[in-house]
Ligand binder design. Sequence first.
Ligand SMILES: NC(=O)c1ccc[n+]([C@@H]2O[C@H](COP(=O)([O-])OP(=O)(O)OC[C@H]3O[C@@H](n4cnc5c(N)ncnc54)[C@H](OP(=O)(O)O)[C@@H]3O)[C@@H](O)[C@H]2O)c1
Length: 335
Amino acid sequence: MTRSPTPESVSMLPEAENVDLAASPRFECGRTVFARVSGSPVERSVRVSLPAAAHPGPGTGGVVRIEPSQPPRQNRRSIEKVTITMKISGNTVLVAGGTSGIGRGLAIRLHEAGNRVIVAGRRRELLDELVAAHPGMDAETFDITDNTSIRRLSETVTAKHPELNVLVAMAGIMHDEKVLDPDSLEVAERTVATNLLGPIRLIHAFAPFLVTRPEAAILTVTSGLAYVPLPASPTYSATKAAVHSYTESLREQLRDTSVQVIEIVPPLTRTRLRGDATDNERAMPLDDFLSETMSLLESEPDARQILVERVKGQRFAVADGTYGQVLAMQSGRTS
Ligand SMILES: NC(=O)c1ccc[n+]([C@@H]2O[C@H](COP(=O)([O-])OP(=O)(O)OC[C@H]3O[C@@H](n4cnc5c(N)ncnc54)[C@H](OP(=O)(O)O)[C@@H]3O)[C@@H](O)[C@H]2O)c1
């Protein structure tokens, strides 16, 4: 999850590498993918962007030759970009929005994986339950719609846990809105304050501290709906698209720092985000989502996005030419 430049291993990079596509479960034609390089002195992942023409055939696997874009000896910044390594334990992680659902589940998984975890949210009783059930966890109350509360959280957590190096901006709300219903405006404004302004304020409060840490990460949380909106929840979908865009800019602004920026993109998942959806058959079981997410965090060392299989239909709808179909389906239209 956090960056750890290892320039020595880079010096072993050959001028070009053979990547076994059949052995690389992450290979996807024409996209930026992560491929495990085998047969080299150090097993590691490289990021490759292949044109469709380079692919030996869908599903067939094969071997392609990857030319490094820059010889490693020339530019230290490019060296560090290819040598980011995932660290899934030993971090101090703040899950901001971890009293329930995905945040709570991720906090527990990270705690079990050997991280120091601090959970934050509004509901004190849920925080107390979590800390009581998981000795070693810590908790703070905060409201992501209130900048004073965010600043207080930042001061408290960095004072109590000066080794903090990972921020997960998880808090979010989702409600239906009708543009012709005047009551929906309040819902829309609250959604923007929570889902968009909230993470921006949170990142402003924590980023200056995180850049002082030798290895750090900021994880934002968007949604498959960032890529194809759910018309019943227009502002929710718009805030998630905006957080995706913000995350892309954030990563560029922090590219010369120790802070890795990762976007978690959940699909419809069984939580209580939108009322009681815990038994929605179309939604991904929470445990499955958490297992796949933890496994991706571990296996994709310089991940920009965490994409479980279930979300790829939405994430790549434009590239796949299925955007209209997916939007129609999410609108409840048949054509
Ligand atoms: N479940 C899905 O299908 C799905 C799909 C895509 C993306 N996501 C995203 O995943 C994230 C977690 O959602 P979830 O599904 O786990 O729903 P959830 O169980 O309702 O969790 C939402 C979390 O956000 C916190 N939160 C909400 N408003 C807050 C506020 N004003 N201040 C501080 N914390 C606040 C809640 O804590 P308190 O209420 O205690 O404050 C809770 O811990 C959200 O960003 C959501 O958009 C979920």
